[in-house]
Design a protein around this ligand. Structure first.
Ligand code: BTN
Length: 247
């Protein structure tokens, strides 16, 4: 099954950010659906919530995928995150032979540490997603991090993993899940995402609108909000800006 007609891969030694590079391409000459930009190092790697993405040059997989998911609406846009997260989850679990979990909304977790992150930036037109740049950072061979909660496949397995091999497998898996999304297999995608959801059903501490609460994750809504059952009996649906997990 081939979803993308041609798989153009642009290799860069160094760039500010592969997401940034992808947006410049989109502005100048929109590349074919499924184009990948991959870099050895980034001077200004972007993370979620305006954070920086730390990566030693040449050590990890840093890439961005350009897609045109016109079939996505504001209501179901979070399925794109699910698809990417599931592809990375499957890839890492096969490679590491350890449980790999998905921390809502966009982190990939092994042994309670972050091994990969996703940053999706999208452009909209009348309620439909026109273009999306899917930034993916997977920590492969880096051994030391400034961020205490970070890990890598090498730290987890002792093995060195070539970023090109990792990218090839990632693209195959992404294509498989993206095809499910494009063909409307939403229930199956939600079920798989839920099966791997980090801290589902476990009492957990969060910062919610600036105050600390204790709550249990009960699931993720259709529109991507995190559903919580609080210790005080209240139910909440929270978006990314409102909530942060303490883990
Ligand atoms: C996160 O904060 O978890 C998201 C991290 C996403 C990092 C990747 S690395 C490749 C791509 N280019 C960027 O500037 N960011 C993403």
């Amino acid at each position: 099954m081939m979803l993308f007609k041609e798989r153009a891969i642009i290799h860069l030694d160094q760039t500010d950010s592969t997401n940034q590079y992808a947006w410049e391409l989109l502005r100048q000459a929109p590349p074919p659906d499924g184009t990948v930009i991959v870099a050895q190092s980034q001077a200004q790697g972007r993370g979620q919530r305006g954070a920086e993405w730390e990566s030693q040059p040449g050590a990890n997989l840093l890439c961005s995928l350009v897609v045109y998911p016109h079939f996505l609406t504001a209501k179901n846009h979070f399925y794109l995150s699910k698809v990417v997260a599931l592809a990375i989850q499957e890839l890492l679990e096969e490679y590491l032979d350890k449980e790999v979990l998905l921390k809502w909304p966009n982190d990939i977790i092994v042994t309670h540490k972050k091994i990969a992150g996703i940053l999706i930036e999208a452009a909209w037109n009348e309620q439909r997603m026109q273009q999306a740049v899917i930034g993916i950072g997977i920590n492969l061979n880096q051994m030391e991090f400034n961020y205490a909660k970070a890990t890598s496949t090498r730290l987890q397995s002792g093995k060195v993993w070539d970023a090109q091999d990792c990218l090839q497998s990632l693209l195959q898996k992404f294509e498989k899940y993206y095809f499910k999304l494009a063909s409307g297999q939403l229930t199956e995608l939600s079920k798989s995402y839920r099966e791997h959801l980090y801290r589902l059903g476990q009492p957990t501490k969060f910062e919610y609108l600036g105050r600390q609460i204790e709550a249990m994750i009960t699931g993720v809504d259709e529109d991507g909000k995190l559903r919580l059952h609080c210790a005080d009996g209240q139910s909440l649906s929270c978006d990314l800006k409102e909530i942060k997990m303490w883990y």
